[in-house]
Design a protein around this ligand. Sequence first.
Ligand code: AMP
Length: 173
Amino acid sequence: MNSLDELIRDIPDFPKKGIVFKDITTLLGDVKGFKLAIEKMCEPFRSMHIDAIIGIESRGFIFGSPMALILGTKFVPIRKKGKLPGKTLSKTYDLEYGSNTIEIHIDAIESGENVLIVDDLLATGGTVRAAADLVQSMGGKLVGAAFLIELLFLNGREKLSNIPVYSIIKYES
Ligand code: AMP
């Protein structure tokens, strides 16, 4: 098997000029690679008490749901505005151009529950910061945020201040 980072494909200038998109579909297409990625993402949390894993739409669902099954926690989706059918809490945050709104069901997390946020990639940290704000406003205790990939040069960790960040594949540039 190739190493995990060899299974990530760079797509230059997607979705716009100047962005190098980290394509994980090549990793998902490799049975051993996908399994290893999930195992590695679970590793730091095996001895922790976690009540809920939150996956951020949509690639956070791909990694977050198998992690929830392995770690024996519930899985809670955070979705783009207008997708969740029940009563929701929303958070709007700024993107490079424009803004984005994410939502969570108001009864998805109980106050005091230990929550781990999962996404495929940490870039500027805006998305995970907004997810963390939603969890904290519901009284959830954030035990960490886990990513397959971290783009270190965008300093996303800084937005998460005291929340521990775990990532498997780190890019310096
Ligand atoms: P951010 O809010 O800047 O941390 O962006 C995180 C979200 O955007 C994640 O859900 C990623 O899937 C996606 N994303 C940002 N930059 C990239 C990239 N270079 N390649 C792939 N996905 C990206």
